[in-house]
Design a protein around this ligand. Sequence first.
Ligand SMILES: [Fe+2]
Length: 130
Amino acid sequence: MKRKEIYRCNVCGKVIEVLNPGAPETICCGEPMKLMEEQTAEWKGEKHVPKITIDGNKVTVDVGISMGTPHPMTEEHWIMWIELICKNDCYKRKFLNPGDDPKATFVVADTTGLSAREYCNIHYLWAGSE
Ligand SMILES: [Fe+2]
């Protein structure tokens, strides 16, 4: 178990993030929670990959908008959160709700070495970098 890993309960759907690794297994609903692997691909070929756009100190992360096919944001299927990972282990996260645009804008002091993650309620965890 490592810091920042995301685990999901296959029974109740609860999602947790590790802030301080501890016991090797986390149990929910009587079963070990499942590690959500970071799925990656080329953002132009897979709408789930978070795309990073930098404008000065403003960094926008979108899911599908840059491809012209925004990821759905319905009650059944939506992006639950978007996270920007900056230099020096600084994490910024925006939680989204159905009806929102599948994007988040953050202001950062240093725009080098950025990466991003997003979590879809159906297709789970995706990661991408500049
Ligand atoms: Fe999805």
